[in-house]
Write a protein that binds this ligand. Structure first.
Ligand code: CP
Ligand code: NVA
Length: 317
């Protein structure tokens, strides 16, 4: 059966751990200058982008090439889709050319439709709803830094309905990471995502909390995470969003120092310095993990595709 990755919860817990362990293996091999096992040998992977991307686009293309595969970057505006060809026909045609379709889309419904018609795995490279590749990679980074995931206190401050926040919520709930969200009441996580996370949390023991108070959310936090207040596709709401989010939900030294412990900072990037986070925090290499996160996107991208497309599995664990 074809395995799609539209949300992180499309993976079982054991598959998610396989991805994390393979990420560690790929990173270690690369750091040691060892030849990588060609998990994607002969695999052709289409990368479709309806929105801009730096990290996701480049990490995927490089990872595929490193692992022996071949990627085709397809801007949606250059496909016949942009002239009205149906998504169904497009996906059926592509399924005969490539071994997987990775897509960054405006609407998550587009991915659901792609998955319905594709004969090959469809992988979400960001939608308005979720960003699983980012959250999987971030879980790896947290594991790498702390040596464990269960019981880590992760606080997200900002837009609770944000795609990255949704995926962090789902992956935390699977892996036993305590996840607190501080967001305005108009920007809470989507109910269906929260429900799914609360149900996972019953299994994993993760504590989930949504509050309007940033100081309550970050109490005891090992990590504070934020993302932009105006995600791609929401530009028209910029003025009204900034009015609601600022200054209360900006991550500042004051907030970071209120946690009662040493707290690290994470951001998926791209960031708007001074808006959702002050520059002194994002640029402080003692606490900011942003570039380690971005680097790990390369290894985790390879791991995800190896497991889904290449039948890869980690030799470790
Ligand atoms: N974090 C992330 O997905 O970045 P890009 O939009 O540059 O791909
Ligand atoms: N929430 C952001 C994430 C970018 C990687 C956006 O969708 O624009």
């Amino acid at each position: 059966m074809v395995k799609h990755l539209l949300k992180v919860t499309d993976l079982t817990l054991s598959e998610l751990w396989k991805v994390l362990k393979l990420t560690r293996e790929i990173k270690a091999s690369r750091k040691l200058g060892l030849a990588l096992f060609p998990y994607l040998r002969g695999k052709r992977i289409a990368l479709i982008f309806e929105k801009p991307s730096t990290r996701t686009r480049v990490s995927l293309a490089v990872a595929i090439s490193d692992l022996g595969g071949y990627s085709l970057e397809l801007e949606a505006t250059k496909l016949q889709l942009s002239r009205g060809e149906s998504l169904e026909d497009t996906v059926k045609v592509l399924s005969n050319y490539v071994d997987a379709i990775v897509a960054r889309v405006r609407s998550h419904d587009t991915l659901n439709l792609m998955a319905k018609y594709a004969k090959v795995p469809v992988v979400n490279a960001l939608s308005d709803l979720v960003h699983p590749l980012q959250a999987i990679s971030d879980m790896y980074t947290i594991w790498e830094v702390f040596g464990r995931l269960r019981g880590i206190n992760l606080a997200f401050v900002g837009d609770g309905g944000d795609n990255v926040c949704h995926s962090l919520l789902l992956s935390s709930s699977m892996l036993g990471v305590n996840f607190r969200i501080a967001c305005p009441k108009e920007y809470r996580p989507k109910k269906s995502i929260l429900r799914e996370a609360l149900s996972n949390a019953e299994e994993s023991g993760a504590e989930i909390l949504v509050t309007e108070d940033p100081y309550e959310a970050v109490k005891g936090a090992d990590i504070i995470y934020t993302d932009v207040f105006v995600s791609m596709g929401f530009e028209e709401e910029k003025e009204e969003r900034l009015k609601v989010f600022l200054p209360k939900y900006r991550v500042s030294k004051l907030l970071l120092e209120s946690t009662g412990r040493r707290t690290l900072f994470m951001h998926c990037l791209p960031a708007r310095r001074g808006e959702e986070v002050t520059s002194d925090i994002i640029d402080d290499t003692r606490i900011s993990l942003i570039f380690q996160q971005a680097e790990n996107r390369l290894y985790s991208a390879g791991a995800v595709l190896s497991i889904l497309v290449g039948g890869g599995t980690s030799g470790i664990g």
